[in-house]
Design a binder for this molecule. Sequence first.
Ligand code: PMV
Length: 359
Amino acid sequence: MTEENFIPKPYTNLIDSGSFTWASPSNIALVKYWGKKEHQIPENPSISFTLNNCKTTTTVSFSKKEINTGFSFEVFLDGEQKEDFKPKIEIFFKRVEVYLPFLNAYHFKIETSNTFPHSSGIASSASGMSALALCLMSIEKELSTDVSEQDFIKKASFLSRLGSGSACRSLEGDLVVWGTHDEIKGSSDLFGVKYPYDVHQNFKNYQDTILLVDKGEKQVSSTVGHNLMHGHPFAQKRFKQANSNLSQMVSILKNGDLDQFIALVESEALTLHAMMMTSMPYFILMKPNTLEIINKIWNYRKQKGSKVCFTLDAGANVHVLYPQNERASVLEFIKNELVAYCQNGQYICDVIGLGANKL
Ligand code: PMV
């Protein structure tokens, strides 16, 4: 499949106005995507758990414009107009215009809200961009007569990727792969695919408690971060490693070996941060409390024989991952020992989920 496959045939239906709403979740990568080529093509494949509670709900209302003069849209977050969201959406519209030629023909009102606090340090780009892409696909479906369910999701993921790379992994659940990998059937650099093989019972309803260590603005934007992999001394080795880690993850997901899972997931998180520490310019995105939490998790795991582990995004917050059968005990541990390291004691309880929903 190539990019050209996503250019639609001329639209057959004429519609003046309408409105669609989608809720789409965030996701947390187990094998990380860090480094991209032109047009949001990943340097290596990645796999993520889709989340359930951290999500964005977006309504796109559209009405036919009189004259075709560039894009026309307004954006609202929690009912308030957000001028500062517009440049990112304008860039997104430009990137996807060739795949959604109706974008020029309508005025759009985009109303969005997140279940998690906007300034929580949790990236809303994955949930936000995927929710927006799904609303736009619903409009396209109205304008065309022949969009199958499968093509709909594929193209929505393709468009989400052009908004924010990892957003293409948010549409389905509970595990999604993005990036071509020899051992994963159907995998593609252009869109995310639902993980196609058996997953051991141990991973059902896997828990993710997100500890909000630093709620500030991201120190390094994704764009800057991915660019740091260009000419990075360890880049090629890292991309190779991600490929072999994904192969290993395929067997772990099948055999349910949680010790191997922990080792792989934590190593991936630390490698992501190691890439940032060894780039030029270099960054340390962990905070002292991130390290305190990691050490506490390691101690708890050793003392209790628990299968709890951590992963990190490109920031200081910690995702605490654990099997469902440890839910009560790990939550107790979090409340007693980890919440003290969270900004304002804030954390979010989540669990792996099944992807986006049309409302
Ligand atoms: O989707 P982006 O461009 O914001 O990049 C996200 C990259 C990480 O979250 C750090 C890793 C990943 O695979 O999600």
